[in-house]
Design a protein around this ligand. Structure first.
Ligand code: NOJ
Length: 549
């Protein structure tokens, strides 16, 4: 009853599709829209309410679609606009909405706007981008800002005698959000997609719109919130959609500025505080994995607290830019299945909307490439150049990329044990993980104790218990180095959640002696009761949730 009062995106579970690696229907080695359509039953069976579809727009694919050359067309390798309409309609029939990825901090250097902008200063499109003269001191770029994917962020265009700014690299020129005509073009395009009946947008690096290049404030710049509010008013207001902005800069104390109800901006943000806390300060994602459970818990809890009564959390461990959770936080070996379930349970039972990244629902693992030639990601290859110049050996680099690089999450979904894991009949654009014979959808789904079945139960539980979407959140034993435990509370109900993040049996000290037995509503082992007393003993990677009424 009460759930009906909540917007659909609070009770639903999301599923991210990285189309290039999901399912290939035509044997060109690249996943496509018809491939997705052919797998909609898999998503319906899982129970997800919406799909976040990584970019499928026309693109030269230097950054696999995060570099758009036509915002109103589909990349031919993915299909056509008719295929897209078919996807939206067929997904809807199965109760799944399609949320598009919106990449409007930058476009592709192949976009018509940019091609025109580079011909002359005297066209409207020139002002759609950020241009600066060369530095009078150095006769070079206006400043020394580096691009995320390597090299200078500034690129010279001879025909107009100026540099343009590309935060990620020269193939992704930043759009000038300060130009009203550009904003109008973008909003118009967004409404065009929304009118097709999509479920909303995941907005790429939203923290970068509104930058001030002269004072070198890139993220959360002075005009960012104003632009998001304009976007809301022009496109979101009055529509039954969901919006989630990607922000690497959002912190608990700025979160409500994006998603507080009265702000009229976005419904939630993807923050990265729990992700980059485990990154080396100098080497970033390519450095060693510095995961520390108490830090992780503290960060997640601070977001729960910040958005306890206003705004809303997104809950996730993985996406197409991140390593596979079992490899990163759990175990690839004997406890792979159990740790995949533990990670899912501890994440999904917090307050917020959970997102599953393709392949996570069967516990897929990192890629473990052995040669540089196997990597495809523009960031990884850019970093290779930069780090080689700094003397980092190829071996060391490959180890870093295998640990935390972006290709880990991009190997094709392993559907079955046949050649190329049933992903394609052709040559896959990136190598399939060699473990596909053992780890694949067919195998996992045939096991009632598989990862998929567990995710099904987890998602179903969300529909059954209001406390999961509505209850308050409090960490239990925040300093404990091994166990992630918390309590959710709603009216007279309590939901206790425990997850052992180690491959050892551990004893977790409870803050108070418990006498109530409660009911185990989910367990990744065969636990049937919460022990009374002052501590809980958990088997390696064990997780369970107990409802006390
Ligand atoms: C974030 C996206 O998730 C990533 O894949 C992309 O490379 C950058 N934004 C640039 O669009």
């Amino acid at each position: 009853m009460t759930q009906a009062l909540q917007p659909w995106w609070k009770t639903a579970t999301g599923y991210q599709i990285y189309p290039r690696s999901f399912c290939d229907s035509n044997g060109d080695g690249i996943g496509d829209l018809q491939g997705i359509i052919s797998k909609l039953d898999h998503l319906r069976d899982l129970g997800v309410g919406f799909v976040w579809l990584s970019p499928v727009y026309a693109s030269p694919m230097r950054d696999n679609g995060y570099d758009i050359s036509d915002y109103r067309d589909i990349a031919p390798e993915f299909g056509t606009l008719e295929d897209f309409d078919q996807l939206v309609a067929q997904a809807q029939d199965k109760g799944i909405r399609i949320v598009m990825d919106l990449v409007v901090n930058h476009c592709s250097s192949d976009h018509d706007w940019f091609l025109k902008a580079c011909e002359t200063r005297d066209c409207p499109e020139h002002a759609y981008f950020y241009w600066r003269d060369q530095s009078p001191e150095t006769n070079g770029p206006p400043d020394d800002q580096r691009a995320c994917f390597g090299g200078s962020a500034w690129t010279w265009v001879e025909a107009v005698g100026r540099y343009y700014y590309g935060h990620f690299g020269p193939g992704q020129p930043d759009l000038n959000w300060h130009n009203p005509a550009l904003r109008h073009e973008v909003f118009d395009m967004m409404n065009w997609w929304l009118d097709k009946g999509i479920g909303g947008f995941r907005i790429d690096v939203i923290e970068l719109i509104g930058k001030d290049l002269d004072t070198r404030i890139y993220a959360e710049g002075p005009d960012m919130h104003r632009f998001i509010q304009d976007m809301h008013q022009a496109c979101f207001a009055g529509r039954d959609i969901m919006t989630v902005g990607e922000s690497w800069s959002a912190k608990p104390d700025t979160a409500l500025l994006y998603c507080g109800d009265s702000r009229h901006e976005v419904d939630m943000v993807f923050n990265f505080n729990h992700i980059d806390a485990a990154w080396d300060q100098d080497k970033g994602r390519f450095g060693p994995n510095l995961f520390d459970l108490p830090t992780h818990k503290r960060i997640l809890a601070s977001w729960q607290d910040a958005l306890a009564n206003d705004g809303w959390n997104s809950l996730y461990l993985s996406n197409h830019d991140l390593p596979r959770p079992v490899s990163h936080y759990g175990c690839e070996g004997p406890y792979r299945v159990r740790s995949a379930k533990m990670l899912a349970m501890t994440m999904h039972l917090m307050k917020g909307t959970p997102f599953i990244y393709q392949g996570e629902e069967i516990g897929m693992t990192n890629a473990h490439f052995t040669e540089i030639g196997q990597f495809r990601d523009i960031e990884t290859l850019g970093q290779l150049k930069e780090q080689s110049a700094r003397g980092v050996s190829q071996q060391e680099f490959i180890a870093g990329a295998n640990t935390n690089g972006r290709d880990n999450g991009r190997t094709p979904v392993q559907w079955d044990g046949t050649k190329h894991a049933g992903f394609t009949t052709g040559q896959p654009w990136i190598d399939v993980n060699t473990n596909y014979v053992d780890i694949n959808v067919e195998e996992d789904r045939s096991d009632p104790n598989g990862v998929f079945a567990f995710y099904q139960n987890l998602i179903a539980l969300r529909g059954e218990l209001d406390i999961i979407t509505k209850g308050s959140f409090a960490l239990i034993g925040g300093d404990d180095p091994n166990v992630f435990a918390y309590e959710r509370a709603l009216d007279d109900q309590r939901l206790l959640v425990f997850g052992n993040f180690t491959d050892k049996t551990v004893h977790f000290q409870m803050p108070e002696t418990r006498t109530t037995q409660g009911k185990i509503v989910l367990s990744n082992l065969y636990r049937d009761a919460l022990p009374s007393g002052d501590h809980v003993t958990l088997a390696p990677f064990e997780a369970f949730a107990c409802l006390l009424e």
